[in-house]
Design a protein around this ligand. Structure first.
Ligand code: MSP
Length: 519
């Protein structure tokens, strides 16, 4: 069975509030997934929720609910959020699902049997908020810990540990030999710098059940549950394994897939999209976990930056947040998707301002794309009763060049660059209207043929744009196709080839795609 293009996102903490940062990551991944499907590849897009750990246990207690009931309620909101963003995810994992729990227990049992773990006592300062032990390096110059760590307790406990150091050099070699493994390059250099300048400390992978029972029990020791990060990272493979991915068949795990075998060939993931704050978990711990299990590493960890609002960190306490649902309700899902991809390349940090959002909406969606589609179809209707004239190729080379460049950029996950390229075709076509002045041609019967040519170039460019925009703005692209009177979806990149509109085809009346706003 041929390999499926497998993409993942970080799984969000179930007790958090869905915000711009979560939405951004899922939209990036969705655009890549849709682009690959439109190229004809089979794709599997996984996203989901991280549901265990002390924070969830405490929040559920404060709410007077069992942790499971609490998670079930919030998970419904997160799934509604995914639909609101128009994500095309193929599955939605929750770390409380039996399929995940069964797999992780089988994997832990196998690693334990292979001698990968040992027990040791640890005394130290623990941040429940970050679910982590702090070290001397985490202290500020005055000796205190940053309040961002929340309440700190001194603990002395015996736990299970996973050795990292023996695989440190192997990981350095892998990252050096595979420049695409961590992208962008400056994130790769950050990981390499960290690995070369520090001796990796072993990873504590358990928590005593007496202190924390909202976790997956260690299969070989019921007094312990699995550390939430170890649990969470494994979602990327527990789902493929449960679907019967043949990559797991040779592992000799005590695990039966839930689905018929063999299932889709998903692992190794092609792209794992994460934010910069969780780079160490994904580029250091995760590869070493996979190596210990005898599994290949993902082909790429793609690291995006963080959004701020009005130049400051988003924070619920100060109310400085962007609520994607409110933006989508007011402006439409595609306006939101457009802005986050167009504003920010994958890598650097971004800054959301409402004024910036509105000015891009006005300039690029209402006056740019929306106006082009609207006036092209309005003129076709007014001058030719909506009937497509004979093919003409004046804009064909420009459209083909745009399609080729867009495809190359999409293949490199350069989503912002691809949107800029597509925007260039919109601008070119709007200038074409201004230069050819069809409204003047229409007044002169001797120019009837020239008017036919101009109208063909315009409506055909609109059709090509729908195809190119589909991964980014699926609703809008579908509406453009419908207004062009075309059946089916603009969801195959091959449809961007020039000349798809046949002469005599009847287009529909235009309906504004991005109404102009005065606020
Ligand atoms: N549960 C862990 C991830 C486990 S993955 C095996 C987690 N969850 S989170 O809800 O805090 O964050 C989920 C994702 O959202 C992360 O990739 C994080 O970087 C991203 N973002 C959270 N806030 C963000 C911004 N302000 N801007 C952009 N992305 C941000 O970490």
């Amino acid at each position: 069975m041929s390999k499926v293009f497998y993409l993942t996102t970080a799984i969000d903490y179930v007790n958090g509030q869905p915000h711009l940062g979560h939405a951004y990551e899922k939209v990036i991944t969705d655009v890549i997934a849709r682009a690959r499907r439109s190229f004809g590849e089979s794709v599997f897009y996984l996203t989901g929720l991280d549901e265990h750990g002390q924070k969830v246990q405490q929040a559920a207690e404060a709410d007077g609910q069992t942790p499971q009931a609490y998670c079930d309620r919030l998970a419904a909101d997160w799934q509604a959020f995914a639909r609101k963003l128009n994500l095309s995810n193929d599955d939605f994992v929750r770390t409380t699902q039996p399929r995940h729990k069964r797999f992780i227990q089988a994997a832990l049992a196998r690693l334990h049997a292979a001698g990968e773990f040992y027990t040791a006592q640890y005394r130290g300062f623990y941040s429940a908020k970050e679910e982590t032990f702090l070290t001397e390096k985490d202290r500020r110059p005055d000796g205190t810990f940053d309040p961002a760590y929340g309440q700190i307790t001194e603990l002395a406990e015996t736990n299970y540990w996973f050795r990292l150091k023996p695989r440190q050099q192997w990981l350095i070699d892998h990252i050096e030999a595979n420049p695409g493994f961590v992208q962008p390059d400056y994130r790769r250099n950050e990981v390499l710098g960290f690995l070369k300048n520090n001796v990796l400390e072993d990873l504590c992978i358990s928590r005593p059940a007496a202190r924390l029972n909202w976790g997956i029990p260690m299969p070989f020791d019921p007094d312990y549950v699995t550390y939430v990060w170890f649990d969470a990272l494994v979602n990327y493979i527990s789902v493929p394994a449960s679907l019967g991915d043949p990559a797991f068949a040779g592992l000799k795990l005590d695990y039966q897939p839930a689905a018929a075998v063999p299932g889709p060939a998903l692992w190794p993931a092609d792209v794992q999209v994460i934010g910069k704050d969780i780079l160490k978990f994904h580029a250091v711990y995760w590869p070493i976990m996979l190596k210990a299990m005898g599994l290949p590493l993902p082909r790429q960890i793609l690291v995006h930056g963080w959004w701020q609002k009005d130049g400051e960190k988003m924070s619920k306490t100060t109310g400085n947040v962007v609520d994607p649902v409110a933006v989508i309700d007011a402006w439409g899902v595609d306006a939101f998707r457009f802005y986050v991809i167009r504003e920010l390349a994958i890598g650097p940090d971004g800054n959301w301002t409402d004024a910036g959002f509105q000015s891009r909406y006005q300039a690029e969606l209402a006056n740019g794309l929306g106006n082009l589609i609207n006036r092209s179809l309005a003129m076709l209707k007014r001058y030719r009763q909506g009937v497509v004239p004979a093919r003409h190729d004046e804009l064909a080379a420009t459209a083909a060049g745009t399609a080729a460049e867009t495809r190359a950029q999409l293949e490199r996950n350069e989503l912002q660059a691809a949107l800029i390229t597509i925007g260039g075709l919109v601008t070119r076509a709007n200038q074409y209207v201004d230069h050819t002045a069809p409204f003047k041609l229409a007044k002169d019967p001797a120019q009837a043929q020239r008017l036919d040519e101009v109208l063909y170039n315009l409506v055909e460019t609109c059709r090509v744009l729908a195809v190119l925009l589909w991964p980014f703005l699926p609703q809008t692209a579908t509406k453009i196709f419908a207004q062009l009177g075309l059946t089916g979806e603009p969801d195959k990149f091959a449809l961007s080839a020039w000349g798809g509109l046949p002469a005599g085809h009847h287009c529909n009346d235009p309906v504004p795609l991005f109404p102009r706003r005065d606020n």
